[in-house]
Write a new protein. Structure first.
Ligand SMILES: [Zn+2]
Length: 464
């Protein structure tokens, strides 16, 4: 009995020591991260044209709350870095993100693939450089205000990245997923094609992915969370600056966790609108619902994020469908529709200047691999929900944090289904984006192929 007892104790002790070792190893690895967070106010200081709705008639009138650019800087044990910049803006065009990236490379030695620019696509933030500027019909003074604001943004984003790098301290990362239900598909088949309305039966992605950043003693330092729904609760009649539902969600979360920072990134929200919409109280209610969904994820089990960090940013050339002929564009100048008129003028100017219209556009696919515990994929443009549903199935090996509206917002990115169906996201919006016409039919295959290529490369070089 005694011997058996002793053996049992020994076996239990070995098991205990093994468990302890395992815990120590896991903890040590998880704590090899360094993370830093910072935020900077980017609220405009003068009345300025607000982005996203062509029908607005005058510049902004004050703000509901401040809007921000924020940054999360991450570094693994081998000093591989990734900085994620988030913002309450309609989007970072490449005309904005590339000059900032160059400054970040000069000042902080951050390679281009180590910086990811994202925005919430709020429709109550200023127009920025080369984002549909021509489509609003601005006066030269108003255009000058847009450029002034864009320059201020460049400085503020450099400042916020500096702040995040300076804030770097040992951290633990974990990932989990929740859900929020206010996003609805907005493509409805009408008698004259697809229109924007409420389509309860259409595809949506209600997932709320959350990356949690903890400091010493498990102190919550911040979260990055995502949702795939347009920040368009506030419609074109609103002239006050705000972050829409995503702004309210960040405010609600930070209020509940003083000293922490909440960073929002937008998912494949191209064809999803919040519902109900058009009143400020709706934006606030959606924000609170989203913050509560994040809270619920934090209270549940989350999986540790460990391993080495690998990053890559690559481009795939997307082709446009054959453009309209010069005669057709000239005929459009006589049409009543101001949008079509302005677009035709722009195309004709391009034809005169360059002798042709662009046939392709370099489309950015950004990815980061966190060991075997998390894959981050960030796509450019206004990506529709079909990509989200497809990529989640096809990249099921690791948990996936998928975002869109990243690095450049050059157009909607329809799936083949949406492209063929037409409507605003299928090709109608290309007029406002100043593109020659819809994408060619291989758009979905080219984007998805590039995603697989980039992710495969990162996972192959990652042995941990
Ligand atoms: Zn949009």
């Amino acid at each position: 009995m005694v011997i058996v007892g002793a053996m049992r104790i020994t076996i239990l002790s070995i098991a205990f020591v093994l468990a302890l070792n395992h815990a120590a190893r896991t903890t040590a690895r998880e704590e090899l991260w360094k993370a830093g967070l910072a935020s900077v106010d980017i609220t405009p200081t003068e009345p300025i044209w607000l982005a996203g709705y062509a029908a607005r008639t005058h510049p902004s009138e004050g703000a509901v709350h401040p809007i921000y650019a924020k940054a999360l800087a991450l570094e693994d044990s081998r000093k591989n870095r990734l900085v994620i910049v988030t913002s309450d803006l309609l989007g970072f065009t490449r005309a904005l993100s590339e000059p900032i990236a160059r400054k970040l490379e000069q000042r902080f030695k951050l390679r281009r693939d180590q910086v990811l620019f994202t925005s919430s696509h709020t429709h109550t933030a200023p127009v920025v450089r080369e984002y549909m500027v021509f489509a609003y019909g601005l006066t030269p003074e108003q255009e000058a205000a847009v450029e002034r604001y864009s320059r201020m943004l460049e400085d503020r984003v450099v400042e916020v990245v500096r702040g995040a790098l300076k804030d770097m301290a040992p951290a633990r990362l974990s990932f989990g997923r929740g859900e929020a239900g206010f996003g609805v598909n907005r493509r409805v088949a009408g008698s004259k094609g697809y229109v924007i309305d409420v389509n309860d039966a259409g595809p949506v992605d209600h997932e709320v992915p959350v990356l949690r950043i903890e400091g010493k003693g498990g102190r919550l330092r911040g979260v990055i969370f995502s949702y795939a729904c347009h920040n368009t609760t506030l419609t074109g009649e609103f002239y006050q600056v705000s972050g829409d539902y995503a702004g309210f969600a960040q405010v609600a979360f930070e209020k509940k966790h003083p000293g922490s920072r909440a960073l929002f990134v937008l998912g494949c929200a191209g064809d999803t609108n919040p519902y109900p919409r058009s009143e400020l109280k709706h934006a606030e209610a959606h924000g609170v619902e989203l913050a509560e969904a994040v809270e619920k994820v934090l209270q549940g089990p989350m999986s540790p994020v460990s391993g080495d960090l690998r990053t890559a940013l690559e481009y795939t050339m997307l082709s446009f469908a054959p453009p309209p002929a010069k005669e057709e564009l000239e005929a459009r100048l006589q049409e009543k529709d101001r949008g079509r008129q302005r677009h035709a003028r722009r195309m004709l100017d391009m034809l005169q200047r360059d002798g042709r219209l662009p046939a392709q556009y370099p489309y950015p696919v950004h990815a980061a691999q966190f060991g075997k515990s998390l894959t981050l994929v960030a796509l450019g443009g206004e990506v529709v929900v079909d990509y989200s549903l497809r990529l989640k199935k096809e990249l099921s090996g690791n948990p996936l944090l998928l975002m869109a509206y990243a690095n450049d917002v050059m157009a909607y990115i329809p799936s083949l289904r949406v492209l063929k169906e037409g409507g605003y996201e299928g090709g109608g919006s290309m007029i406002f984006y100043g593109r020659p016409g819809p994408w060619a039919e291989d758009v979905e295959e080219l984007v998805v192929k590039k995603v697989h290529e980039v992710v495969r490369k990162l996972t192959m070089t990652n042995d941990k």
